[in-house]
Design a protein around this ligand. Structure first.
Ligand SMILES: [Zn+2]
Ligand SMILES: [Zn+2]
Length: 347
């Protein structure tokens, strides 16, 4: 069955490790590039994966088949992996990211994602001064719709691990004032405030200063402590940080708690992160061997990269990663993991 857009056929053409150009073949064989943000036709809306998402215009269930339009151009469709949730991306709130919440959601829809978790940085990178005014973003997450442009929207943050005890940024920061200036009855904690409305948290190491001179055992212990935090669901880009830890111990603890190890698209972009690919591969292979589930994060800092998982697909295919360990294979699976590990999500 062909997926058509009116009289034309959409397909994605891979033009680099992370870039897919979407092409629409108009009647008469004319090709035109299609922007992912373009309002798409009815059949695209019904089944984005069949057109934009995974590079095949063939019908769902025929993964790996070559679409007629692609075949005409001599393109091979790589069998696509089913990754329908992007659990890690950033908005303007992160300050070195460039898109709005809605732009990210629209981009996720265009990429065929069923679910998007928006996880801005919660980190000392953002502000020199820690005030409740600076952090009020986290006081109003409930205002986000649960479904937007057809995408399930989850509320999260990417929280910095700040010391070898596995503490998370803000654990020692307290506010006395409300955003309006009124006084609270007693000081309240920044971390508690930031995590409260999050459905889940990704914990990552960014500033590595505190890990200088740390032993392998100390880093291992740090990750174990982080996994104890009830809101932390995912260890973010552990392959990229270059920290040495006992892989089996940390992965085993994640498995025991039903928590996830992130496979991060941004870590795999060779030009940007030379060197981290091998480490990521090693971690992913061990997850497969130990039966540890993984999450997918584009770590997009701009909407055009939201939902892109080409490099992650290639890595997972390379190590023959079992699909049943991909917690981001569809929205119901990922929501199920969130709710079983962290508890029922707020309305
Ligand atoms: Zn960032
Ligand atoms: Zn990130």
């Amino acid at each position: 069955m062909e997926r058509t857009c009116g009289d034309c056929i959409f397909f994605g053409e891979r033009i680099g490790i992370v870039r897919t150009r979407n092409v629409c073949e108009l009647p008469g064989g004319r090709l035109r590039a299609v922007e992912k943000t373009e309002a798409a036709c009815g059949s695209f809306q019904v089944s984005p994966r069949a057109s934009f998402g995974l590079g095949c215009a063939a019908g769902v269930g025929e993964r790996g088949a070559v679409a007629p339009a692609a075949a005409a151009l001599g393109l091979q469709c790589t069998p696509g992996r089913q990754v329908l949730c992007d659990t890690h991306c950033h908005t303007l709130f992160s300050r070195h990211a460039y898109s709005t919440l809605e732009e990210d959601v629209r981009a996720a829809a265009a990429q065929g994602m069923e679910l998007l978790g928006v996880t801005d940085h919660y980190s000392s990178m953002l502000y020199a001064e820690q005030t409740v005014q600076n952090w009020q973003y986290f006081l109003n997450l409930w205002a986000w719709p649960r479904r937007w442009h057809g995408v399930r929207l989850l509320r999260g943050c990417e929280a910095d691990i700040v010391d070898l005890d596995g503490n998370i940024f803000g654990h020692d920061i307290f506010f006395e004032n409300e955003i309006s200036g009124g006084k609270h009855r007693r000081p309240y904690n920044l971390k508690k405030m930031a995590f409260k409305q999050c459905d889940y948290v990704i914990a990552s190491v960014h500033g590595k200063g505190f890990t200088k001179d740390a032993s392998r055992e100390q880093i291992t212990r740090m990750y174990l402590r982080v996994l104890e935090d009830p809101k932390v669901l995912i260890l973010g880009h552990v392959g990229r940080t270059g920290l040495d830890f006992d892989m089996d111990t940390v992965l085993g603890a994640a498995k025991e708690r039903g928590k996830l190890i992130e496979v991060n698209e941004s870590s795999l972009i060779a030009q940007k992160r030379a060197g981290s690919y091998d480490r990521c591969r090693e971690i992913v292979s061990r997850c497969a061997e130990l039966g540890v589930s993984i999450s997918f994060g584009s770590d997009a800092h701009v909407a055009s990269l939201v939902g892109h998982h080409e490099a992650v697909d290639a890595l997972l295919d390379e190590v023959h990663f079992p699909q049943e360990l991909v917690a981001c294979r569809d929205a119901d699976t990922f929501v199920g993991v969130v709710e079983s590990v962290i508890g029922p999500m707020a309305e």
